[in-house]
Design a protein. Structure first.
Length: 69
């Protein structure tokens, strides 16, 4: 089964706010990804881009801004 791809759409709104808040709380990128998993999200590395996905089914939600790299 193939999932819809929105890899060109940036992450915005409440999701971006959650990502920023969790990144500020985390001491490392690894801890940040672990914290996101607790909210049901994952980060997929797609070349130079980082794509936010749903942890449960892998659906892509959007691309992280460059400032997260």
């Amino acid at each position: 089964m193939e999932h819809a791809t929105f890899t060109d759409r940036p992450v915005e709104g409440p999701l971006l706010k959650l990502l920023v808040e969790e990144r500020q709380k985390a001491l490392s990128a690894r801890e940040w990804k672990f914290r996101l998993a607790g909210h049901g999200y994952a980060i997929k590395e797609d070349g130079p881009r980082q794509v936010v996905t749903w942890l449960t089914n892998g659906s892509e939600l959007g691309v992280l801004p460059v400032s997260f790299h």
